[in-house]
Design a protein around this ligand. Structure first.
Ligand code: FES
Ligand code: FE2
Length: 362
C-alpha cells in the first residue's frame, strides 16, 4: 500500500483525505474488490419482475456474478452464477423465466434451488453423486422493494447493517412498500468509485455546481449525521416568496449513503425514492445505476420532470468527479484536506475504506 495503514488513521482523523494514489493505483483497486466488494451488502435492483417461480435476474456483487431466482417454493435465492463443473458463467442474459439453468459448456443442469439435476455422462462415473453438488449460495436479502446481495457468509445480516436507516426513511413520510421502480438510468463516470462517493457525501459544492438543486433544497440549512455504516444528509425544502410548503407528501430532502456503494434519496414533493448504486468497473471507471421509484399516484409527467431534474444534477456531478480523477492522477496533492463543518461524512466513509483495506473491518 502506498501509505502505511498505521500512519494513515491519525491523518484521516485530522481531516486529511485518503492518499491520491488510493484513487488511481490498480493494486488498491484489486484489494478493494477482494475485500470490500466480496464481503459487504450491495444493491442488486428491485424485486420487480421476480414474482413467479423461475423468474430470475443476473447481477454483480463486486467481482462475483450472481443469479437471483424465485424457486418453486416461492423463495428468492441467490447463487454465484458460476458453474461448479469448470467455472463457466451459466446464465448470460440479464433476466427472464426458466424451469432450470443449463450451463452452455458441458450441459450441467441445475434446478431453481441450485441443486445439480443432470450432468451428461455422470452414470459412467462411479463416485459421482449429483445430490452432493450445488451452486454456490450467495446471500440475498430485501429491504422493501430493494434487493441486496453479499457473497460473504460470515458478515452480519442486512438488517443489522441498515440499523436505524429504515426508521429514518419511514420518518420522511415514505412507505417503501408503496413505491415501485419506474425508470432506470445508468451513467458511466470516468472516475474512481470513491471519488463518486466522496462527492455524494457533501453539499459544500452545491452552491457552486447545482443551481437547480439549490432551488429545490435549502442547502443553507443542511444537517449531516454519521451512524455505524451509513450517514445522512437532510435539508428542508427551499421556500420561495409566497410559498408555504412544497406540494406532495415529502416536505424535506433526505439523502442517505450506506456502506459501501449505495444511496437512497428522497426529494421534497410527490412520493419519490431514488436509489443509486455506484459500481466500480475499473480503477478509474464507475457505473452509477439510478432506479427512480414512485408511489402509484405520481403522474408520468411528474416522473419525467423528476428524472430530468436528477439527471441534470448527475451530469453536473459527473463532470466534477471526472475533473477530480484527472487532478488526483497527477499525484501532486498527496492527501487533500476536508472542511469539517461540511465534509465530515467523507471522513466517516474514508475510515470505513481504510478499516476494510487494513483488515480491521468487523
Ligand atoms: S463448465 Fe459448466 S458444464 Fe462444464
Ligand atoms: Fe453534487
Amino acid at each position: 500500500m502506498t501509505t502505511t495503514t498505521s500512519a494513515l488513521a491519525p491523518s484521516l482523523d485530522a481531516g486529511r483525505t485518503l492518499p491520491d494514489s488510493w484513487y488511481t493505483d490498480p493494486p488498491i483497486y484489486a484489494l478493494e474488490q477482494s475485500t470490500i466488494f466480496r464481503a459487504n451488502w450491495q444493491y442488486a435492483g428491485t424485486t420487480a419482475g421476480l414474482d413467479n417461480s423461475g423468474d430470475y435476474v443476473v447481477v454483480d456483487a463486486g467481482p462475483v456474478p450472481v443469479l437471483i431466482v424465485r424457486d418453486n417454493d416461492g423463495q428468492l435465492r441467490g447463487f454465484a452464477n458460476v458453474c461448479v463443473h469448470r467455472g463457466s458463467i451459466i446464465v448470460h442474459d440479464r433476466a427472464g423465466n426458466r424451469k432450470s439453468f443449463q450451463c452452455g459448456y458441458h450441459a450441467w443442469t441445475y434446478g431453481l434451488d441450485g441443486r445439480l439435476l443432470a450432468a451428461p455422462g455422470s452414470k459412467n462415473e462411479p463416485d459421482f453423486n449429483p445430490a452432493d453438488i450445488n451452486l454456490i449460495p450467495v446471500r440475498m436479502e430485501t429491504w422493501g422493494p430493494f434487493l441486496f446481495v453479499n457473497p460473504d457468509q460470515n458478515r452480519p445480516d442486512l438488517h443489522s447493517v441498515l440499523g436505524e436507516l429504515p426508521d429514518l426513511v419511514s420518518a420522511t413520510g415514505i412507505d417503501l412498500s408503496a413505491v415501485r421502480a419506474r425508470v432506470r438510468h445508468t451513467f458511466e463516470i470516468r472516475a474512481n468509485w470513491k471519488i463518486v462517493v466522496d462527492n455524494y457525501l457533501e453539499c459544500y459544492h452545491c452552491p457552486t455546481a447545482h443551481p437547480a438543486f439549490c432551488d429545490v433544497v435549502d442547502v443553507r440549512d443542511y444537517t449531516v449525521r454519521e451512524y455505524d455504516l451509513f450517514s445522512t444528509q437532510t435539508a428542508p425544502a427551499r421556500k420561495h416568496a409566497g410559498e408555504t410548503a412544497p406540494e406532495g407528501i415529502v416536505t424535506s430532502g433526505f439523502y442517505a449513503y450506506l456502506w459501501p456503494n449505495f444511496t437512497i434519496n428522497i426529494y421534497p414533493g410527490p412520493g419519490n425514492v431514488s436509489v443509486n448504486l455506484f459500481r466500480p468497473v475499473a480503477v478509474d471507471r464507475t457505473l452509477a445505476i439510478f432506479d427512480y421509484c414512485f408511489c402509484d399516484d405520481v403522474s408520468d409527467k411528474d416522473i419525467d420532470d423528476f428524472a430530468a431534474f436528477v439527471d441534470q444534477v448527475q451530469s453536473e456531478d459527473t463532470a466534477l468527479c471526472e475533473s477530480v480523477q484527472i487532478g488526483l492522477s497527477a499525484g501532486v496533492i498527496g492527501q487533500g484536506r476536508l472542511m469539517f463543518s461540511q465534509e465530515r461524512a467523507i471522513r466517516h466513509f474514508q475510515h470505513l475504506v481504510h478499516k476494510e483495506l487494513s483488515g480491521s473491518a468487523p
